[in-house]
Design a protein around this ligand. Sequence first.
Ligand SMILES: O=C(O)Cc1cc(O)ccc1O
Ligand SMILES: [Fe+2]
Length: 423
Amino acid sequence: MQYISGFGNECASEDPRCPSALPEGQNNPQVCPYNLYAEQLSGSAFTCPRSTNKRSWLYRILPSVSHKPFESIDQGHVTHNWDEVDPDPNQLRWKPFEIPKVSQKKMDFVSGLHTLCGAGDIRSNNGLAIHIFLCNTSMEDSSSERETSHLHGVRQDACAAQGDLRHSDVFEETRGYILEVYGVHFELPDLGPIGANGLANPRDFLIPVAWYEDRQVPGGYTVINKYQGKLFAAKQNVSPFNVVAWHGNYTPYKYNLENFMVINAVAFDHADPSIFTVLTAKSLRPGVAIADFVIFPPRWGVADKTFRPPYYHRNCMSEFMGLIEGHYEAKQSGFLPGGGSLHSAMTPHGPDADCFEKASKAKLAPERTADGTMAFMFESSLSMAVTKWGLKTSNCLDENYYKCWMPLKSHFTSNSRNPAGLN
Ligand SMILES: O=C(O)Cc1cc(O)ccc1O
Ligand SMILES: [Fe+2]
């Protein structure tokens, strides 16, 4: 599999089986090279400023419109109804979401989608949804695979599928987290005084090159479409992966989280987790995100005279956290790979009692934090609601989560400011 490197670039790609498939000097020749159809895919309004304008030109064997009508299909556990259950202001945590055994229930990428929480309105393009996918079988002749090319993601790859592209299949037993933002695109965060380099570097984002198949599908190829939050399917006679060449800046991409250049406090105090932002989907309010994608990668902890784990806090933003592997620094147990937690707007949270006791007494030598761990957070300015699947059907809600803070005890010494003799 081949990729072009760079974030948000204007790229051009041709399947090597059809050299010079891209028209020269224009987008719409009367007849395209190789008799292909030209199709523009617009990811922004035509009139968006150049810096935010996104579109690609696809040169394909048949245009996307060559399909029979879409019909509604079983919605499974996909929803965008944020009123399924009453609001719950508690700290929520989920045990690892279980992937069903293929012998019990076949689940592909679409039937394996489970909406966990979200907020906002899909029709007005303002909001987000967090889905968990749990699958044990591939989609075969139905797509969601990548329409223009192969994008191959493994364990620590964050993959971005643009909403309007036919996208990704999943093979074998797979579990993952999906952050869907309505109506906005992810950007690299501004770096301010950090300078021109650091955090997620643009060249580590990889865009798959053009690849096509010219394949008739006897029984019809099923294209599944998530439209206004609901699932629909349509049949077509040919594989939709028939884009021979494309150019533009509206593409899928992937990013290996291990490439993140971590910045952290090297003198004292605990910096806010915004220093770990990989990508941000901005709202119209300056500095306020529909969703930030933040990671907590392995790094050195060196801060002097500091309580090094995350501080206790209440946040007007909502924090969904997941764990890809390892142990999260604020909770050595209970928060497990493949599980999740939600601390929605203003829900108090922080290190569990065990972590507080240990970190308050720890000798502050330089220490590796989170080796072998990759935790992440989807942080949103919207107050997220949980679905019925999340609260009940999944059977993964950890009813005992609150107990991790119950042993916290008062250490208040009203008659002595510094009993431990610390500076
Ligand atoms: O709640 C969490 O664990 C995420 C988090 C981590 C951190 O280092 C500071 C603030 C914060 O919300
Ligand atoms: Fe937090």
